[in-house]
Design a protein around this ligand. Structure first.
Ligand code: T5A
Ligand code: NA
Length: 210
């Protein structure tokens, strides 16, 4: 990770969790909460299905295309790399990014298929580092009962359990674990304080852009 000294910047806040843990719903709600407080916030997501690479990923996920496990891993990573400079300039401009999935999904899902964990991590090392990872911790059985589960690749309980073990292996001090088995409102409440606090420390220059 490369450190760049800047006086004031936006925070890179990532939401992670198993499929159907509620990331997209929480991302949306957190963005409106922060905007109401006057923060400049953009909502991003990976995979970003709008780019050419993202479209290849999308057809793979909807099971209309088959790809070698390593090849799709690198496409997911490339989909982040193609956004790197735009992420950095947005953060430098003082805007906070709320990102729905990031490198942690990239590593956990590929490793759960049996690819080497270290190899999977290599493609992610020089991407901008998250200031805060909000991990929505859900029981895969609870997730499986939520709307439209099972339509996309990977939405299968045993696979999700393996993904969870790799997520666990990546936890560090930037992670905040939130019980995502709760109601939408309870989960949202649990996310707000951590988000506000990391945005403040990034603004004050306490956090350099890594
Ligand atoms: N992937 C991703 C990789 O393999 N490598 C990578 O590098 C990356 C970035 C697609 C897949 O790609 C894999 C991981 C994924 O398998 P995606 O596009 O993020 O990733 O997947 P989506 O289908 O968009 O999102 P998810 O299925 O993960 O769902 P979310 O966003 O976690 O959940 P959300 O908010 O859409 O909610 C799901 C349902 O649950 C309800 C909602 O209303 C909705 O119906 N719900 C709740 N119900 C009860 N209580 C709550 N607290 C609820 N919160 C939400
Ligand atoms: Na989602």
């Amino acid at each position: 990770a490369v450190k760049v000294a800047v006086e004031k910047r936006g925070a890179l806040i990532v939401l992670e969790g198993l499929d159907r843990s509620g990331k997209s719903s929480q991302c949306r709600a957190l963005a409106s909460f922060l905007r109401e407080r006057g923060e400049s916030v953009e909502e991003w997501r990976f995979p970003d299905r709008t780019t050419a690479i993202g479209q290849m990923i999308s057809s793979y996920l909807s099971q209309t295309a088959e790809l070698d496990d390593s090849a799709i891993h690198l496409l997911f990573a490339a989909n982040r790399w193609e956004k790197k400079s735009s992420m950095e300039s947005t953060l430098r401009n003082g805007t906070t990014l709320l990102v729905d999935r990031y490198s942690y999904s990239g590593v956990a899902f590929s490793a759960a298929k049996g690819l080497d964990f270290q190899w999977c991590s290599t493609s992610e090392t020089a991407l901008p580092a998250a200031d805060l990872v909000l991990f929505l911790d859900i029981d895969p059985e609870v997730a499986a009962r939520r709307g439209e589960y099972g339509l996309e690749r990977y939405e299968e309980v045993d696979f999700q359990r393996r993904v969870a073990t790799y997520y666990q292996a990546m936890r560090d001090s930037t992670w905040q674990i939130v019980d995502a088995n709760q109601s939408v409102e309870e989960v949202q409440e649990a996310l707000r304080e951590a988000a506000v606090s990391v945005i403040q420390s990034c603004k004050s220059g306490a956090e350099l852009l890594r």
